[in-house]
Ligand binder design. Structure first.
Ligand SMILES: NC(=O)c1ccc[n+]([C@@H]2O[C@H](COP(=O)([O-])OP(=O)(O)OC[C@H]3O[C@@H](n4cnc5c(N)ncnc54)[C@H](OP(=O)(O)O)[C@@H]3O)[C@@H](O)[C@H]2O)c1
Length: 178
């Protein structure tokens, strides 16, 4: 099986978006000139698996900025709802975490970028997540979509590194203990 890798930003109070999906607190955060390592991270990935919520948000952006192939997991979206401009780049599939990772393996992917709060939670529960790089933005938004949720059992993490930036962004890298 491939391994899954997380690279995501949260508010200091642990949310990845407001309840309505808005990420204005993130896109409006000024960290000019800082390299938080996203390009280096994505360069190491063979493909991306994201949840429907994340896909629907990215669809509202002017550009589709992923160069790597993307699998969108959804049990409600019709595969043929994919816009023409994304054909050949994105595939919408109705699959469990296990089925999606098996498909990724069939495609020869070794390292998968897992994105979306619920998706990451399900990949953690299934034991697919190898490491997580979490950037905390210095803002409290009070409520929203949480990165983490209930777990069936504790998930122990090894702290690899924490870096802080002049902007106030604090980035921690954890590996999931086996
Ligand atoms: N701060 C950041 O860096 C960052 C990064 C990524 C996303 N976001 C934001 O987070 C929000 C989306 O996060 P989210 O937690 O609501 O949604 P998500 O994880 O992106 O998507 C969840 C949806 O994916 C589908 N799904 C299918 N199989 C699944 C599985 N095995 N595990 C989990 N989901 C599965 C389900 O949709 P169906 O009902 O269609 O089956 C589920 O409701 C968006 O607003 C986005 O902008 C922020």
């Amino acid at each position: 099986m491939p391994t899954a890798h997380v690279f995501i930003a949260t508010s200091l109070d642990g949310f990845i978006a407001r309840k309505d999906g808005d990420i204005d607190w993130l896109t409006g955060f000024s960290a000019l000139g800082e390299d938080h390592g996203y390009d280096a991270h994505i360069a190491k990935m063979d493909g991306i698996i994201m949840g429907r919520g994340t896909y629907e948000k990215v669809l509202t952006f002017e550009q589709w900025y992923y160069e790597k192939p993307v699998l969108v997991l959804s049990r409600t979206l019709e595969p043929h709802s994919l816009p023409d401009r994304l054909k050949g780049k994105v595939e919408i599939i109705s699959a469990s975490a296990e089925e999606a990772m098996a498909l990724a393996a069939e495609r020869g992917w070794n390292r998968v970028y897992a994105d979306g709060g619920k998706l990451i939670q399900s990949f953690l529960a299934a034991g697919f997540v190898d490491d997580m790089i979490i950037s905390r933005i210095p803002v409290l938004i009070g409520s929203g979509i949480p990165l983490f949720g209930e777990t069936l059992a504790d998930i122990a993490l090894e702290h690899i590194e924490t870096r802080s930036f002049a902007s106030g962004l604090v980035q921690s890298h954890y590996r999931v203990r086996r």
